[in-house]
Design a protein around this ligand. Structure first.
Ligand SMILES: [Mg+2]
Length: 394
């Protein structure tokens, strides 16, 4: 492709991709609640930078390790080199279509997600419009974040919840940890009871046992019994109560559960979501923009969900850029009630020039600046990656 061209009428028409770089985050990786727990030095989230020949760089985020991100970019490089960064959906689809045989749905789909987010960021910066505007328009200017916290012994839970409640959150998801893993329904209920008691009756409470954990021990009968218990505490949704691929189990659970059923955070590609949406497996679907294929693919998944009457809540919580993408989509996708916000993560709260801040009603304002509308801070990012230079932050 030729270099960038300018026309008098519309300004920049092309911005050719010169290179795509990645910066693995490590040193402060937050716990996931996994049975094989993440250590702070582990690399599980990676920032992506797409550099163009017009001097505009876009940023994205991938839920995977730096090693896998690097390897994925090396495989994809001949496909994106020289491409027009102002055409995110087409370029991302080109990457998907030409890499099916190399790991469809896995690492390559995760890596394409970060590239796609960065391409939308570039398009917005060049157009002078927010990503939400480019997606079709901004229905809202703020959205409620739910504070996502790991479960713990009941007494410890109370202290953590109190700390975040004091920061202004009005919705809380408690997940993983001991819940469902000790064969102790009384402990499970004690955790939920103390959470509801601490946050009060007017705050939203969601429960996520984490059925995508390795060797998740529970099945449908446990999920049904637990759903009945959760109904007594007005739980807003019961997330990943089963192993993530258990389509039939989720269908039965959704029909019989008194509380809404959610899932989908580990699925990638719209095709994988289709049976769950079409066949009534979820009340709420939670695609992760840093895994599914990026903003281009998440838009398609949202539209499928909306068509089948399934609520959408984004799951891109893992870095400030994932959250920034979720915020733009929350503006553009009608009836998006929440975004996930992990409490206390250095990768969310510690890498922006102007960190996210709740308003006095517990909502997050949705940036209305070009692109994702957020700016990485070089010094702050340098604290959580050895590769800050490749991002070309100023
Ligand atoms: Mg979850």
């Amino acid at each position: 492709m030729a270099g960038s061209e300018l026309t008098e009428a519309t300004g920049v028409k092309t911005a050719c991709i010169q290179s795509v770089a990645c910066a693995p985050l490590s040193g402060e990786s937050p716990k996931g609640g996994w049975s094989n727990e993440i250590r702070p030095e582990d690399s599980v989230h990676t920032l992506i930078a797409v550099h163009t020949d017009i001097g505009v760089t876009g940023y994205g985020s991938v839920f995977t390790s730096g090693e896998l991100a690097r390897a994925g970019l090396a495989v994809l490089e001949p496909l994106f080199a020289g491409e027009n960064a102002l055409e995110p959906a087409r370029v991302s689809e080109k990457l998907h279509q030409n890499s099916f045989w190399m790991g469809r749905g896995g690492t390559l789909t995760h890596v394409i997600s970060g590239v796609d987010i960065a391409l939308w960021d570039i398009l917005g910066k060049v157009a002078g419009l927010s990503v939400a505007t480019l997606l079709g328009g901004r229905h809202v200017e703020r959205v409620r974040p739910y504070c996502s916290l790991l479960m713990d012994e009941p007494a410890a839970m109370r202290d953590v919840l109190a700390q975040y409640k004091a920061q202004g959150y009005r919705a809380f998801k408690i997940g993983w940890g001991p819940f469902g893993r000790r064969d102790d329904p009384a402990l499970d209920e004690a955790i939920v009871r103390i959470a509801r008691d601490e946050i009060g009756d007017d705050a939203a409470l969601m429960v996520d046992p984490g059925g995508s954990d390795a060797f998740w021990p529970n099945g449908l009968k446990w999920a049904l019994r637990t759903a009945d218990m959760l109904a007594g505490y007005s739980v807003a949704w019961f997330e990943e109560a089963l192993k993530p691929d258990d389509l039939e189990g989720f269908q039965i659970l959704r029909r019989q559960s008194p509380v809404p059923i959610s899932g989908g955070e580990v699925l990638t590609r719209r095709q994988s979501f289709m049976p769950f949406l079409r066949d009534g497996a979820f009340d709420i679907v939670q695609p992760d923009v840093t895994k599914v294929g990026g903003i281009s693919e998440q838009k398609r998944i949202y539209e499928l969900a909306e068509t089948f009457g399934v609520q959408y809540v984004g799951h891109g919580w893992n870095t400030a850029l994932g959250l920034a993408a979720d915020l733009q989509m929350a503006a553009a996708f009608p009836n998006t009630d929440y975004v996930e916000y992990i409490g206390g993560s250095a990768y969310v709260d510690g890498i922006l020039a102007a960190p996210f801040a709740l308003d006095n009603e517990g909502y997050l304002p949705i940036p209305n600046k070009p692109g994702l509308g957020v700016q990485l801070d070089r010094e702050r990012v340098a604290k959580v990656t050895r590769d800050v230079d490749v991002l070309r932050l100023t």
